[in-house]
Design a protein around this ligand. Structure first.
Ligand code: CA
Length: 678
C-alpha cells in the first residue's frame, strides 16, 4: 500500500494520505532521556548533530549504496528567502523544524513538505551590518513541546511547537555591541546552551545557559578575561589573564562561541569551541605576546555550572582568525589496540585533532589540508610549531589556510562503520599584513589586518574538496575535488553512503568506504548546509537545505563567482523511486474513490494536455497550477467564464459545471500541498 501511495503522489491521482492535512506532531514527549538516547531513535533527528555526540551518522540503511541510484526528488519547500541557508533541520514525529536566513523558523510536514507554521522574529535589517558572515542561522532545538531558536540580533526565543506562537524571548547580548547569533541552541539537562559571534568587529566571547522553562539565565562563562581591574569571574579566567599582555579588553578580546557544541552525558562534560581574537593581529591585541587563553580552544565545561574543567588550545596566540568553533565529534575509536573516548575536530587552522575527551590531552594532530603556518604539532606539548614567515607582524605573509578555514562551520560527519570522518575542505591561500594605520572603531570591523591585502585571494589557490579522513591511520583515505571551496556539510549513513551538497548546486551521494560517486541531482541554489535523513511510516527520506551564501559566498569575490546557482532558498526532500506498479495496482488507482481522485480524473481528461500530467507544467510558458494563487472564485471565473480567453485559456463553460470546478479545485489544492507550496 505504501508503494502505491508513493506512486499516487508522484503521478498525482492523490490518495489523500501523503498530501493530507498537515498538523504539528505532539513533541511534548521529547525530554532529556530522549535526547541522551537519540541514537536509538532511528526515525527522528532529535538534535543538531542527530545525537549529543554530533556524529551526523544515521543507522538508517533503507537507502544504500546498491539502490541510491533510484533516489528522486519528492518535494521542494521554498522558504521565500534569499541569502545563506545553513540550518540542519530537526525531525520530530513527522515534522521538520528548521530556519532560513534572517532567523525565520519553519515547521513543515516531513512527508509532504506542506507548511505547518512559520515564525519571523523580524530581525531589524540594520543588524546585518554586524555580521561577519551573512545573516545566516544554523537551526533550532526541540524540547518538551517547544522550539528554541536564537535570532541574529541576539535574542533567544521559545516557540510553541504546535502553533509557532512566541512563548517568551530573552536578549542574550548587549545589543549596543556588535554581537550576533548564527548558531543553533542545544538543550542539555533542561538548559538551553547558546553562544554568539562578533570577534571580527570586537567583542568579548561567552557561552550562556538559560532555563528552558522560563528563559532565566542559569550561568554564563566568558572565554577570555576582561579588564583585571574589574576582578575575574572565575579562577580559570584569572589563570587565563596571565597569558595576555597590553589592554586587550579595550578591543573585546574575542573567543566567541559561535557554533560547535557536543555533550558527553557519562563524563558530564559539555564541549564548546571558541573563536579567534579581537583583533586578529596578536601584535595589536597582546603586544608582548602570550597564548591568549582561551582563544581558538576547545573547552570542556560542567553543564550544571559552566565551570571550565579542561581546555585545549589549537592555535596559541592566534593571529590568522583560526577559530576552533568548527564541528566537534565525539566517538570511541581504537588507538594502539585499545578503545579511547575521543573528541575530534578539524578547526580552521588545518590540523585534524584527536583528543582524549576525558582529560583534554592530545592524541594526534595532522594536516588535513595544505598548511603553511606551522610545521606540525608537537605531540608532547600539544603546541603547534610555527613557521618563521607566517607571523605577519613585520610584513606580509602568504598563509594557508585562511580565515575561511581549511574547514569552516559546514558540519563534518563520522561513520562508525567505515571509521572515516567526512570533511568539507577549503584549500585557499591568504594574504596577511598588519594594518599599520589601525585604530579601534567600536562597532566596525577591527581585525588589525590590512583587509586590502586580504582581498588578494588568488584564483589558482582556491579549491574545495571532500576529504574522507582516517583518524586512526592519521591520513586521508580518499578525496573528491571540487572546482570551488564552500561546499556543504556532510551526512554519513549505515547504507555505506555519504551525502553532500555542493557550491555549484548539486546534491551528491558517494560510497562511504571508497568515495565512488553513486548519484546526484540538481538543487537550483548552491548548498552549504548539511543533509539529514529520517524515517516516517517505514519510508526513509533524505533532506537538504539549499541556499547559497555565507562568508565565502559574500566575501570571496572573483573566486566565488563560478558557484551559487539561483538565489532562492529551498528545502529539498528525496526518497527512493518505488518499483513500477502492477496492472492490478494501476487499476486500483484509476478506480480509486474520493473527491480528490474524481478531481484528478477530471483534470487529466480536460486540463492535463496543456497543464501537464499531475498538474506539473514541465518547463512551458503555461502556468504551473500548483503554484497558482487564485482563490476558488477567480479560478472558476477563468475556467467557466473565459476571463483569460484572450490570453489563450479556453472557456470551458459549456463543458464543466460548478460542481466540476470544485472537484478540480480540490485536486489542485492537494497538488499544491505535495509541491510544497502553502
Ligand atoms: Ca572569525
Amino acid at each position: 500500500m505504501r508503494t502505491i501511495g508513493h506512486w499516487v503522489v508522484k503521478f498525482g491521482i492523490c490518495l489523500g494520505v501523503a498530501a493530507g492535512a498537515a498538523q504539528a506532531a505532539d513533541v511534548s514527549s521529547i525530554d532529556d532521556a530522549d535526547l541522551v538516547a537519540a541514537d536509538d531513535d532511528l526515525g527522528n533527528w532529535l538534535t543538531h548533530g542527530r545525537t549529543y555526540a554530533e556524529q551526523r551518522f544515521s543507522p538508517l540503511a533503507y537507502v544504500h549504496d546498491g539502490n541510491v541510484g533510484d533516489l528522486e526528488l519528492l518535494w521542494t519547500f521554498p522558504t521565500g528567502l534569499t541569502r545563506g541557508h545553513e540550518a540542519t533541520p530537526i525531525v520530530v514525529n513527522s515534522v521538520l523544524y528548521f530556519t532560513g536566513s534572517w532567523s525565520v523558523v519553519f515547521a513543515v510536514d516531513a512527508r509532504t513538505g506542506k507548511e505547518i507554521w512559520r515564525y519571523d522574529p523580524e530581525v531589524p535589517k540594520q543588524t546585518g551590518k554586524k555580521g561577519c558572515c551573512d545573516v545566516v542561522n544554523r537551526g533550532v532545538a526541540v524540547y518538551k513541546g517547544r522550539v528554541y531558536t536564537a535570532a541574529f540580533d541576539g535574542r533567544l526565543l521559545a516557540l510553541d511547537a504546535q502553533t509557532g506562537k512566541l512563548l517568551w524571548e530573552v536578549v542574550t547580548v548587549d545589543q549596543s555591541q556588535p554581537y550576533t547569533i548564527t548558531g543553533a541552541p542545544r538543550i542539555v539537562q533542561g538548559k538551553i546552551i547558546i553562544g554568539n559571534g562578533g570577534a571580527e568587529l570586537g567583542v568579548r566571547g561567552y557561552v550562556s545557559a538559560y532555563d528552558a522553562t522560563d528563559g532565566k539565565l542559569v550561568w554564563r562563562t566568558y572565554t577570555v578575561p576582561g579588564n583585571p581591574a574589574d576582578g575575574f569571574e572565575s579562577p580559570a579566567l584569572e589563570r587565563a589573564a596571565a597569558t595576555w599582555t597590553g589592554e586587550w579588553w579595550k578591543y573585546g578580546g574575542g573567543g566567541t562561541v559561535w557554533d560547535s557544541m557536543a555533550f558527553d552525558p557519562d563524563l558530564d562534560l559539555l564541549y564548546v569551541g571558541t573563536g579567534n581574537g579581537s583583533p586578529w593581529s596578536r601584535h595589536i591585541r597582546s603586544p608582548q605576546g602570550g597564548d591568549n587563553l582561551y582563544l581558538s580552544s576547545i573547552l570542556a565545561l560542567r553543564p550544571e555550572t559552566g565551570e571550565i574543567v579542561w581546555h585545549y588550545q589549537t592555535t596559541p596566540g592566534d593571529t590568522w582568525d583560526f577559530t576552533a568553533t568548527q564541528h566537534i565529534v565525539l566517538a570511541t575509536i581504537e588507538i594502539d589496540g585499545r578503545p579511547r573516548k575521543v573528541l575530534m575536530q578539524a578547526p580552521k587552522n588545518g590540523f585534524f585533532y584527536v583528543i582524549d575527551r576525558e582529560t583534554g590531552k592530545l592524541i594526534s594532530a595532522d594536516p588535513y589540508v595544505t598548511v603553511t603556518w606551522a610545521k606540525g604539532v608537537d605531540p608532547a606539548s600539544g603546541r603547534p610549531i610555527e613557521t618563521p614567515n607566517s607571523d605577519y607582524g613585520d610584513g606580509l605573509a602568504l598563509v594557508r589556510p585562511t580565515p575561511f578555514g581549511g574547514h569552516n562551520w559546514h558540519p563534518m560527519s563520522f561513520s562508525p562503520k567505515t571509521g572515516l570522518v567526512y570533511i568539507p575542505v577549503h584549500d585557499i591561500q591568504g594574504v596577511y599584513r598588519k594594518d599599520e594605520r589601525f585604530e579601534f572603531r567600536p562597532g566596525e570591523w577591527n581585525t588589525g589586518t590590512d583587509m586590502n591585502a586580504f582581498s588578494l585571494l588568488t584564483r589558482p589557490f582556491a579549491k574545495g574538496r571532500l576529504v574522507a579522513w582516517d583518524p586512526v591511520a592519521r591520513k586521508e583515505a580518499w578525496r573528491i575535488p571540487y572546482a570551488t571551496p564552500w561546499n556543504g556539510g556532510t551526512l554519513a549513513t549505515a547504507g555505506n553512503l555519504v551525502f553532500q551538497g555542493t557550491a555549484d548546486a548539486r546534491f551528491v551521494a558517494y560510497a562511504a568506504d571508497t568515495g565512488r560517486p553513486l548519484w546526484e541531482d540538481h538543487t537550483g541554489s548552491g548548498v552549504i548546509a548539511a543533509p539529514i535523513t529520517y524515517l516516517v511510516d517505514g519510508k526513509q527520506y533524505v533532506t537538504v537545505l539549499a541556499g547559497w551564501g555565507g562568508a565565502f559566498a559574500l566575501a570571496g569575490g572573483d573566486v566565488a563567482k563560478s558557484a551559487g546557482g539561483d538565489p532562492d532558498g529551498r528545502l529539498l526532500t528525496f526518497a527512493l523511486r518505488p518499483p513500477p506498479p502492477t496492472t492490478d495496482e494501476i487499476k486500483a488507482l484509476l478506480d480509486q474513490p474520493g473527491e480528490i481522485a474524481d478531481g484528478g480524473r477530471l483534470f487529466h481528461h480536460h486540463c492535463a494536455a496543456c497543464h501537464g500530467a499531475n498538474a506539473v507544467a514541465g518547463g512551458t510558458s503555461i502556468p504551473d497550477l500548483r503554484k497558482s494563487v487564485l482563490p476558488y472564485e477567480g479560478f472558476d471565473d477563468v475556467v467557466r467564464n473565459g476571463v483569460r480567453e484572450k490570453l489563450g485559456m479556453p472557456n470551458f463553460g459549456r463543458l464543466l459545471k460548478m460542481s466540476d470546478t470544485k472537484l478540480l479545485w480540490g485536486y489542485l489544492d492537494s497538488r499544491r500541498a505535495s509541491a510544497g507550496n502553502p
